[in-house]
Design a binder for this molecule. Structure first.
Ligand SMILES: Cc1cc2nc3c(=O)[nH]c(=O)nc-3n(C[C@H](O)[C@H](O)[C@H](O)COP(=O)(O)OP(=O)(O)OC[C@H]3O[C@@H](n4cnc5c(N)ncnc54)[C@H](O)[C@@H]3O)c2cc1C
Length: 483
């Protein structure tokens, strides 16, 4: 196997995959190395799933510029990549005079950043728009949207793959040496060489930079916990509290997901272990209290789950708040493009970040555009999204569309099979879950998980002992009881 590439990308989150997709427009050889068993295993699969408008970020910062640019192109990108997206708009709610002042300041800041349509609402206007929401005024952002970040990352990766990028999953970079030609990158037993390195390792980007010899960055993990509520139409758009200074997040908000659930969160808590995605009682209690202030009618019995994502913050605990993205080729390590501190709005900004990386690389290498780049990618055809006639037609074409495997989310066997046969060849339960959206309902897979395991064993030749949730160390079955 050829292990030499013009460009190696380290990290298969939304940013690494967007970089891969944007670089695949050029006539260069590219590989992406991801330590986990699938893409989107880090922050890109654990977040609020909001396409931000860009009013929260400091004018002149990369965060502001790339967020506004990302927001403007997001809908078109989702259309090209067949990713669920809905422009919902969003409200930031004020509870006192200080909040009203914050909202006025954010409106002015957003306008300076180029956000469109921002509008301050009086209490009466807020009541008329969303009578179920508390508060004394609001800032309305019509350009905010919700989308599916997992499918987005998968779609970017699949599109990059289709355009020639090679993906190496389960491939953790453990050593980097500089050579006269560029870099020699070790990942366990494998060795890769490349002329350029793009470090998109998220929470581990400071470590990867240090492996390449540049030990100047620090990343502080900051956990955000969420509740997931059952499907509901109680809110048509995300609602956020007016942000408080220095918390290092946007405040606990309520966000209707593209799949019809409501999420509450995230908290913002600096932690030691970057892998600690636990949900904790104290934080969950706090989330619930804050959420009820925003939406007084919430019921505890609507909760069906929880999760947490970790922000790769450059601002240490004592400082809090946001530091700007670092995206640059390092002068002291030519050929290394570092992406450090890509916290929110990193999803929104991911494609402009990819274009920026292409621009940086084109300063030192020949980047000729390919003639045959195809920007489109087709996702799984969803049974539940079709009209009754469309559903009948799907079943006539493929009888597996007539067999519902996940009852909570109405996911058929045909969709499960398409998820299993994904182009990246990721075969974990979570790879199937996020592609097909099975196991995500109120029974949390109680009904469909054994059926998916059965399909994997009976139809794809996997032994039960080979099936994992997320790769090594997360086996579904410990062993056989008999036989
Ligand atoms: C709680 C929370 C809420 C957020 N909400 C939003 C939002 O609503 N909207 C928005 O725009 N942004 C949001 N963000 C920010 C967004 O999620 C991130 O900016 C974005 O996902 C970063 O993508 P990434 O690819 O840089 O990082 P990641 O998704 O973390 O990917 C990094 C990848 O690198 C891999 N890796 C690390 N080390 C190695 C190694 N040595 N070898 C190989 N691979 C390696 C990891 O396994 C991982 O897959 C939120 C973030 C959090 C945490």
């Amino acid at each position: 196997m050829n292990n030499h590439f013009d460009i190696l990308i380290i990290g298969g989150g939304a940013v690494g995959c967007a970089v891969a997709r944007e670089l695949s427009r050029y006539d260069v050889s590219i590989a992406l190395l991801e330590q986990e068993a699938d893409v989107a295993a880090g922050a890109s699969g654990r977040n609020s799933a909001v396409v931000h408008a860009g009013f929260n970020n400091k004018p002149g910062s990369l965060m502001a510029k790339l967020c506004v640019e990302g927001n403007r192109g997001f809908e078109a990108a989702c259309r090209e990549l067949d990713v669920p997206y809905r422009k919902t708009g969003k409200l930031l709610v004020a509870f006192d005079q200080a909040d009203l002042d914050t909202l006025a300041r954010l409106k002015a800041q957003g306008e300076e950043n180029g956000c469109q349509g921002l509008r301050l609402l009086t209490q009466e206007e807020l009541r008329a728009k969303l009578p179920q929401v508390g508060g004394i005024g609001a800032l309305e952002s019509p350009e905010t949207a919700v989308f599916d970040p997992f499918q987005y990352t998968v779609a970017l990766a699949e599109n990059a793959l289709q355009n020639g990028v090679q993906f190496f999953l389960n491939t953790k970079v453990t050593a980097i040496q500089r050579t006269s030609e560029g870099f020699r990158v070790t990942a366990g037993e494998r060795v890769f060489t490349a002329r350029r390195l793009v470090n998109c390792a998220g929470l581990h980007s400071a470590e990867v930079s240090a492996l390449a010899g540049l030990d100047r960055y620090a990343i502080y993990p900051c956990r955000g916990e969420y509740f997931i509520l059952d499907k509901t139409d109680v809110l048509p758009m995300p609602i956020y509290p007016a942000p408080k200074a220095g918390i290092g997040g946007l405040g606990v908000h309520l966000t209707p997901t593209i799949h019809g659930n409501l999420i509450i969160g995230p908290s913002a808590e600096y932690i030691e272990d970057p892998a600690d995605t636990a949900s904790t009682q104290a934080v969950m209690d706090q989330l619930w209290t804050e959420a009820q202030q925003l939406l007084p009618g919430l019921q505890g019995r609507q909760i069906i789950g929880s999760y947490a994502g970790i922000r790769p913050k450059q601002a240490p605990p004592g400082e809090g708040g946001f530091r700007d993205f670092v995206i640059r080729e390092e002068v002291s390590c030519p050929g290394l493009v570092n992406l450090i501190g890509i916290e929110s709005p990193g999803l929104t900004a991911s494609l402009p970040i990819g274009r920026m990386v292409a621009g940086i690389l084109s300063l030192s290498m020949d980047m000729t555009k390919k003639k045959n780049f195809d920007p489109t990618r087709k996702g799984i055809t969803r049974f539940r999204d079709q009209s009754p006639e469309g559903q009948a037609q799907l079943i006539a074409q493929n009888p597996d569309y007539g067999e519902v495997v996940c009852r909570c989310q109405t996911v058929t066997k045909a969709e499960i099979r398409q998820a299993i046969e994904n182009p990246l060849e990721a075969r974990t339960i979570s790879a199937i879950k996020y592609r097909a959206w099975a196991t995500t309902g109120r029974c949390s897979g109680g009904y469909c998980l054994p059926k998916i395991a059965e399909i994997l064993t009976n139809e794809y030749g996997m032994s039960p002992e080979e099936i994992t949730h997320r790769g090594d160390g997360s086996h579904l079955f410990a062993g056989r009881v008999k036989g």
